[in-house]
Design a binder for this molecule. Sequence first.
Ligand code: MG
Length: 385
Amino acid sequence: MTKQIAILGSTGSIGKNALRVIDSLGPEYKIVALSAHSKVELLAEQARRYKPKFVAITNSDYAEQLREFLGDLDIEILVGPEGLIEIAELQEMDILLTAVVGAAGLPAVLAAGRKGKRLAIANKEPLVIAGELLRKEIEKNGGVILPVDSEHSAVFQAMQSGSKEQVNKIILTASGGPFRQATAEDILNVTLEQALAHPVWDMGPKITIDSATMMNKAFEIIEARWLFDISVEKIEVLIHPESIVHSIVEFVDGSMIAQLGEPDMCLPIQYALTYPERVAGIARALRLEEIGTLTFEKPNLQTFRALSLGYEVARTGGTAPVVFNAANEAAVEGFLASRIKFVNIVEIIENCLNRHNVKPTVSLEDVLEADAWARREVTELACSV
Ligand code: MG
């Protein structure tokens, strides 16, 4: 049976990898829709190759150009953020793979959730800022969320060997980033260049900085909490610099089930698309004898204040994760533009959280409101550091 796939954010790193995976999966996997924000030339190139029924460009400044590029093809062009919702609700779509940066993809993800679609979520924001809301929609409408984040894909795969009630804890592994061995003093004066030099994963600048502060892992705690409907107390973080064990589930009998693989996003993307099947694909099998040693250590919570904050925010819930995410986005932007120092990122997030009045239950409106509030707040805080 053919599977019709829509990719939101097809011109980013995850989107491009997803298309490579789909190429390797063969003709039963078809692209029904693609979207991009502003990379209009690449989007047009992809559309020419995959011939989807729909393409969406969310930045309307590029709409005319896209129409010119694709004028000779029978493809419907959607413009603006509403285009993503239209795609999310397509009757003929089986899987929505979302890799839209920031909160922009959230309304579309919720719309697909309401339609009971299979959601392959690659970016963290939907589960971080609206995990509870999304979970409710999915449960009510019979949809499924398949994680694409490598750690959560690993947990999801390990979970297949027991029931949720039999889970003792989830252990999320973390590479530790470039400052794994740094002390709290060491990171006071790190440069942008040092923060951008990730030892294992090759990713965009925002997520590379998130990995250096370990905000990335803090988000993954929140993500896991909603994805697996598990209490925060059962989620642990373990530093594993080789990034081969992508995460571990410990069951009540003491068994630990882990998923191992090359640090390559193609495998988690593929599993989300083929689940519950496993098929041969483009991921290279691991050669453990080449790796030799796998090491694990506890994270240094003095250096990585973001982790303790992540636990607090996950426990608090409501609008706290929204502020946590938005404040981080704005602060990282400030760091990438050299307006603030590396250590200021987490300081600013913490200050912002302290000033926020948390709303316990969350609607999409609350999310958007808290998001906008945090961004304004960070602009003020960033001016004062
Ligand atoms: Mg991850």
